[in-house]
Write a protein that binds this ligand. Structure first.
Ligand SMILES: Cc1cc2nc3c(=O)[nH]c(=O)nc-3n(C[C@H](O)[C@H](O)[C@H](O)COP(=O)(O)O)c2cc1C
Length: 339
């Protein structure tokens, strides 16, 4: 199967099938510490977020999703124009396909046409960096979309579930170190739903990675998605629930702030405004979400994205007020109760 068809199938399965983890992201382990005496005027609550020194209207990254097949350009254009209008950052899907077939560049570069000012991140898999990436390809990743940052996704679980997936993960570390030196933009490393442990995060931070997006378990299960695809290989369902819950990743990786300066993104199963607020109380600097956004877009168009964001913003304002906080940055673990 071509990469183009695979990317198309991923979106279709995300929209039509139950591809969620059985295990939860872990946010339900906490409730909020209600403050009956909040010294807050609800109208003064500041919902802004900041990442890599840039300010955004709300701390939500539109996670990397698509590009590289005929309809993907339209999806990217809509996500981009939403991000431009609403002041949110966005990652494009893996650009591997456009490095292999230059006709597919347009489905990625269209993002800049619709979001001339938004923060846009390029995206490539760690497995594609084994043996190093040549300078021309590295420049194309960044220049084709005028990227503000480069996201490297780590997805060994997903690759191993794909009959045609990569099998060699030896050399990814060297590949990441080299590309960090080559690009003159910040590098973000994310998983795709199986999570990043503290030990992995430490290794990445030592290499000079500036942002860790944990993309933990509890949301979209990429093992499930791959196992549901029409394919030659027998499905390996025992891996459908493999991964570290998002909350565990956050609690572990946050401790590294004592040793390193970096931004921490909570993602993997961010489904409600409560998940977003709890992420900050657990030490996140930003959040990111994929599946709810692509569903909202396919079901209700760009309006669906606005409705989702408006709801999360409205509810976050109420939650922050009820916790006695005027901004996301005021949150800390004392605002949570362990259930
Ligand atoms: C349709 C779809 C396509 C995706 N494609 C990519 C991709 O190309 N690169 C990447 O880094 N992550 C990709 N992801 C993973 C997401 O960025 C995210 O890390 C993961 O789905 C967990 O977040 P969620 O639980 O909010 O969906 C994709 C997710 C979806 C739903």
């Amino acid at each position: 199967m071509t990469i183009q068809n695979r990317k198309k199938e991923h979106v279709e399965l995300t929209l039509k099938k139950d591809i969620n983890y059985e295990k939860s992201s872990g946010f339900e382990r906490f409730s909020f510490q209600h403050n009956a005496l909040p010294e807050v005027n609800v109208d003064d609550v500041d919902l802004a977020g900041s990442l890599l020194g840039r300010s955004f209207t709300f701390p939500l990254f539109v996670s990397s999703m698509t590009g590289g097949y005929s309809d993907a350009g339209a999806v990217n254009a809509q996500l981009a124009s939403f991000c431009e209008r609403r002041g949110l950052p966005m990652g494009v899907g893996s650009q591997r396909v456009m490095l292999e077939n230059r006709n597919e560049i347009e489905s990625f570069s269209i993002v800049r046409e619709h979001a001339p000012n938004a923060f846009i991140a390029a995206n490539i898999g760690g497995a594609q960096l084994v043996g190093g990436m040549d300078s021309e390809k590295t420049a194309l990743l960044i220049d084709s979309i005028g990227a503000d940052a480069l996201i490297i996704h780590l997805n060994p679980l997903q690759e191993l579930m794909q009959p045609e997936g990569d099998r060699n993960f030896k050399g990814i570390r060297d590949g990441i170190s080299s590309i960090i030196k080559e690009v003159n933009c910040p590098v973000i490393v994310k998983e795709t739903g199986a999570g990043i442990s503290a030990e992995t995060a430490r290794t990445l931070l030592q290499m000079g990675v500036q942002v860790i997006d944990v993309a933990g378990a509890g949301g979209t299960s990429w093992a499930k998605v791959e196992n549901l695809r029409d394919r030659s290989q027998e499905p390996l369902h025992q891996f459908d629930d493999w991964g570290i819950p998002t909350v565990d990743c956050l609690i572990e990786v946050e401790k590294l702030k004592n040793d390193f300066s970096f931004d921490l993104i909570a993602s993997g199963g961010i489904r409600t405004s409560s998940d977003i607020v709890k992420s900050f109380a657990l030490g996140a600097d930003f959040t990111a979400s994929a599946q709810p956004l692509i569903k909202a877009l396919f079901e209700h168009g760009e309006e669906g994205l606005d409705t989702l964001l408006d709801g999360w913003m409205k509810e976050s304002r109420i939650i922050l007020t009820l916790l006695g906080c005027e901004s996301f940055n005021d949150l800390n673990p004392s605002h949570l109760r362990i259930i």
